[in-house]
Design a protein. Sequence first.
Length: 102
Amino acid sequence: MFKLGDIEVHVISAGQVLVDSGGPFGLVPRILWSRHQTPINDWYLPMSLNCVLIKTGGKNIICDVGHGDKLTDKMRKNFQLTYPHGTLQDGLARAGLGVEDI
């Protein structure tokens, strides 16, 4: 969390997905990008789904909500979606908020 005047900004995890390296890096040769990002199973890269919570003027604003909680089992499997730091709701709870506070 950081503060700027009366504005509080929190980064909240909404999960992690594994994506094919062709998505973020396209045609860039693996020898170049793999120095900075280690692939899993040779091709997949972990990508964090981070949301920004802004608290200001008695209001709570969420920017982005990750993939939400309405994915089918097949979609969760395809994205290889996991929650190593908990769900968005868990992160809101750690910030002292619930879904109804947004």
